[in-house]
Design a protein around this ligand. Structure first.
Ligand SMILES: [Ca+2]
Ligand SMILES: [Ca+2]
Ligand SMILES: [Ca+2]
Ligand SMILES: [Ca+2]
Length: 367
């Protein structure tokens, strides 16, 4: 179980863990940041641990609460010599932690990171181990409280090329969301941005930051599911909390919902719904700028959402600056993707991890 069921299980594990700690907010010094003029920076590539502009092949094994989380990263591109890919496997964090890898220090390399709920919550950041040694914590950042939600794959909300430490708090009475953002820049400005509400929704997702305006600065992204299982995305300005875009797209009961990303190559994130009730599955991609939708069959569907077929993953595997239509097949531990660099003309594959692993990039699905 890695998709809907899996993420919900993660949430339940988290809730069990959370009752053991006292709820207390640590961000006492919330201030309003001065909005700097953003310098356009190259788009960050998720799960690019080596910094070459391609998402690497990464899987995780998350067991029962308290056991170590096993990370397995196979370099992309793999060596042309068969079975000679650059591979690192290590334990980092414990089940119950939130897995939140992103580039927090701006070197273009994804950092191995977990957030541990507590009083306060703590981000544990480590650089990806390139040598033969183990993984070492390079930074600990106290931010957030026990019941906060996290932004998987992070968000660069000030446009400096670094992911910012972010937690989202849902008011238990009103359902309103407040985004607590601690800039990863040297100034480390902290701000609380009210944006969105879960009131009236059956469920909701916090998604990674994504740039919908093309200015190099990510927007706040979340989505709600209504009683008819329709999904509505809400995109907000990360400084002011003003609404930027609202779009109804996708069906929670039929689709896997991926975090938005730029699939068209215009520098603006697009919406993705992978329909599991067709065979093969169908990738619906909504160009956010034009509101036009394309459909592409790809992957073995998983209509029961049991996580045993092809799991959609989010990344740029051919390194052309566009996200790719891609899945991880758990039965044979192989990633399959369409090369956006030649108009999705080629199906490529790479074996990585072990059968039954979860794809790290799959955690951005329905989450
Ligand atoms: Ca980094
Ligand atoms: Ca933007
Ligand atoms: Ca786009
Ligand atoms: Ca690509």
């Amino acid at each position: 179980m890695f998709l809907k069921n899996y993420t919900e299980n993660l949430r339940s594990l988290f809730m069990i863990f959370a009752v053991l700690v006292t709820v207390l907010w640590c961000g006492a010094n919330i201030t309003t940041t001065n909005a700097q003029t953003p310098t356009p920076t190259p788009r960050r590539v998720p799960m690019d641990f080596t910094g070459d502009g391609r998402s690497d092949w990464a899987t995780v094994v998350i067991g029962t609460v308290g056991t170590p989380i096993r990370w397995k990263v196979t370099g992309n591109p793999a060596s042309t010599v068969p079975n000679q890919a650059f591979i690192r496997a290590f334990d980092y964090g414990f089940s119950g932690d939130f897995v939140v890898p992103a580039d927090y220090n701006g070197d273009r390399k994804t950092d191995v990171t977990v957030w541990r709920p507590g009083t306060p919550g703590i981000f544990y950041v480590a650089e990806f181990p390139t040598g033969t040694g183990g993984v070492m914590i390079s930074q600990t950042v106290r931010w957030g409280a026990a019941n906060d939600r996290l932004v998987f794959q992070g968000g660069d909300y000030d446009g400096d090329g670094k992911a910012d430490y972010t937690v989202v708090r849902v008011d238990s009475t009103t359902g309103n969301l407040t985004w607590f953002i601690k800039s990863s820049s040297a100034a480390g400005t902290e701000r609380a941005v009210p944006f969105g509400t879960r009131a009236g929704a059956v469920t909701f997702f916090i998604f990674p930051g994504a740039d919908f305006t093309g200015d190099g600065r990510d927007e706040l992204v979340f989505a709600t599911v209504d009683s008819s299982s329709l999904i509505t995305y809400f995109i907000g300005d990360s400084i002011t909390g003003a609404g930027v875009l609202t779009r109804r797209f996708g069906d929670y009961d039929a689709d896997n919902t991926l975090a938005p990303g730029d699939y068209t190559g215009d520098g603006r994130a697009d919406f993705v719904a992978v329909r599991q009730t067709t065979s093969p599955a169908t990738w619906f991609i909504n160009d956010s700028a034009t509101n036009t939708t394309t459909a592409r069959p790809f992957g073995i569907p998983d209509p029961a959402f049991a996580g045993n077929a092809d799991i959609p993953v989010r990344g740029d595997y051919d390194g052309d600056g566009k996200f790719d239509i891609a899945v991880f097949r758990r039965s044979n531990a192989t990633f399959y993707y369409l090369t956006s660099s030649n108009n999705n003309g080629t199906v490529s594959g790479q074996k990585a991890g072990d059968p039954g692993d979860g794809p790290l990039a799959g955690l951005a699905v329905n989450f």
